[in-house]
Write a protein that binds this ligand. Structure first.
Ligand code: CAA
Length: 380
C-alpha cells in the first residue's frame, strides 16, 4: 500500500491550489452575492486543462488519473464550490460518459470542445417528478426513424444556461421501463429547446441551475449514446463516477473551512491568548482534522479503485455519503470557531457552510447512497 502522491499529482494539486487562491478567491464573495457565474475564470480553468482532466489527450484532454482529478476538485472546492460543480459535471458526467460510450464521431464533435473547455456540458436526468426515483422519466424521446422527437421538462440542471452541450435522459419505450430509456446529446440552439427559469439557491449561488424545456426537439439518431435502451445504465454508470467528484467537492469544502478556522484560531485572542490555545477550540480543530483526513482517504480510495478498473460503486457511494456529512459538521464548527465573524460573508466560512448542504443532495442524496451501500453489503 502506498499513500504517497506522485510528482505529477502534486503538481496538479499545487496548480489547482494556486488557481483557486489567486484567481477564484478575489471575486468569490461578490459572485455568490450576485449569483453570477465565473465565466472568465472558467475559461481560464479550461485553458489550464481542468475541464477535461481524465480525457485521452487525443481528444484534447489531460490524460490524468482520477486521483489527480480528486486533488484538483478538493483545491478548487476549498474556495469556490460553484466553479467546482461545473468542473465536476463537465469532467465526470459529460466528458467521461461520451468518452466511455460515445461513437468516434460523437467524440470528435462533442468531446473535443468539452475537454478543451471551449464548451461546457450539462447532465439532464432530474425532472419535477423524477429525482431520486430516476427510472420514472416523463420526458419522452419518440423514435421517428432517423431522429427522436424530444418532449418534456428537466429541472435542477447544473450549468443550465452556461452549457451548450446537454446529455438528456428520456423515455422511448415506456413498456420496457428503465430498459426503454435513452440518452441523447442535445445542442443549445436546437429548435424547440429552451432554457427556462434559473433557481435562486441557498448555496453554490455562482452556479447556474435551470429548468430546461423541450418541445418537439428533433434530435438526430446519431446523437444517441450507446444502444437503444442504454440510457438508464448510462446514467447510473456516469453517476457512480460523478459521486467521486462530488465527494471530493465536499471534502474540499470541509478542508477549506478547516484551514480558515485553524488560521483564525491562531490570530484571534481571547482571555489573554490565541483561541487555539484554549482546549475548547483546539479539540474542535482536532475533530475537524480527523474527519477531513478520513474523508480524504475514502475519496482517494474510490478514485484509486476507478483508476485500477476495480468496481467503485460502493467506495464512491461511501465516500460521497461520508464526505458530504462531515462537510456539514466541519463547516458548522468552522463558523463556531470564528464566532460572530463566522456569521458574516467576509470570512468565507458562512458561504462554505451554505455550499456544503447541496453535497448531501445532488448526484444522489445521502439516502440514495445508503440504498446503494446497503444493497451492496446485503448482497449474497
Ligand atoms: N451501474 C450500472 N447499472 C446500474 C447501476 C450502476 N451503478 N445501478 C443500477 N443499475 C442498473 C440495474 O442493474 C438495473 O438494470 P437491470 O434491471 O437491467 O439489471 C437498472 O439499473 C435499474 O436498477 P434498480 O432496479 O436498482 O433501480 P431502482 O429504481 O431501484 O433505482 C437507484 C436505483 C440507485 C435508486 C437510482 O435510481 C439512483 O441512483 N437514483 C438517484 C438518481 C441521482 O443520483 N440523481 C442525481 C441527478 S444528476 C445530478 O445531480 C447532476 C448535477 O447536476 C450535479
Amino acid at each position: 500500500m502506498n499513500f504517497e502522491l506522485t510528482e505529477e499529482q502534486i503538481a496538479v494539486r499545487d496548480a489547482a491550489r494556486d488557481f483557486a487562491q489567486n484567481v477564484l478567491k478575489p471575486g468569490v464573495i461578490e459572485r455568490d452575492n450576485e449569483q453570477r457565474v465565473a465565466h472568465e475564470e472558467i475559461k481560464q480553468l479550461g485553458e489550464l486543462g481542468f475541464l477535461g482532466m481524465m480525457v485521452d489527450p487525443k481528444y484534447g484532454g489531460g490524460g490524468m488519473d482520477t486521483i489527480s482529478y480528486a486533488l484538483a476538485m478538493e483545491e478548487i472546492s476549498k474556495v469556490d464550490a460553484s466553479v467546482s460543480v461545473l468542473m465536476s459535471v463537465n469532467n465526470s458526467l459529460v466528458c467521461w460518459g461520451i468518452e466511455m460510450y460515445g461513437t468516434e464521431e460523437q467524440k470528435q464533435k462533442y468531446l473535443v470542445p468539452l475537454a478543451t473547455g471551449e464548451k461546457v456540458g450539462a447532465f439532464c436526468l432530474s425532472e419535477p417528478e423524477a429525482g431520486s426515483d430516476a427510472t420514472s422519466q416523463r420526458t419522452t424521446a419518440e423514435d421517428k426513424g432517423d431522429h427522436y422527437l424530444l418532449n418534456g421538462v428537466k429541472n435542477w440542471i447544473t450549468n443550465g444556461n452556461t452549457a451548450s452541450i446537454y446529455l438528456v435522459i428520456a423515455q422511448t419505450n415506456p413498456e420496457l421501463g428503465h430498459r426503454g430509456i435513452n440518452v441523447l446529446i442535445v445542442e443549445k440552439g436546437m429548435e424547440g429547446f429552451e432554457v427556462g427559469a434559473k433557481e435562486d439557491k441557498m448555496g453554490i449561488r455562482g452556479s447556474d441551475t435551470h429548468t430546461l424545456n423541450f418541445t418537439n426537439v428533433k434530435v438526430p439518431k446519431e446523437n444517441r449514446i450507446g444502444e437503444d435502451g442504454f440510457g438508464f445504465k448510462f446514467a447510473m454508470k456516469t453517476l457512480s463516477g460523478g459521486r467521486i467528484g462530488i465527494a471530493a467537492q465536499a471534502l474540499g469544502i470541509a478542508s477549506g473551512a478547516m484551514e480558515l478556522a485553524i488560521a483564525y484560531s491562531k490570530e484571534r485572542e481571547a482571555f489573554g491568548k490565541p483561541i487555539s490555545h484554549h482546549q475548547a477550540i483546539a479539540f474542535k480543530l482536532a475533530d475537524m482534522a480527523t474527519k477531513v483526513e478520513t474523508a480524504r482517504l475514502m475519496v482517494h480510495k474510490a478514485a484509486w479503485e476507478k483508476d485500477q478498473g476495480i468496481n467503485f460503486d460502493l467506495s464512491g457511494a461511501m465516500a460521497k455519503l461520508y464526505a458530504s456529512d462531515i462537510a456539514q459538521t466541519v463547516t458548522t464548527e468552522a463558523v463556531q470557531v470564528h464566532g460572530g465573524y463566522g456569521y458574516v460573508k467576509e470570512y468565507h466560512v458562512e458561504r462554505l457552510m451554505r455550499d456544503a448542504k447541496i453535497t448531501q443532495i445532488y448526484e444522489g442524496t445521502s439516502e440514495i447512497q445508503k440504498i446503494v451501500i446497503s444493497r451492496s453489503v446485503l448482497k449474497d
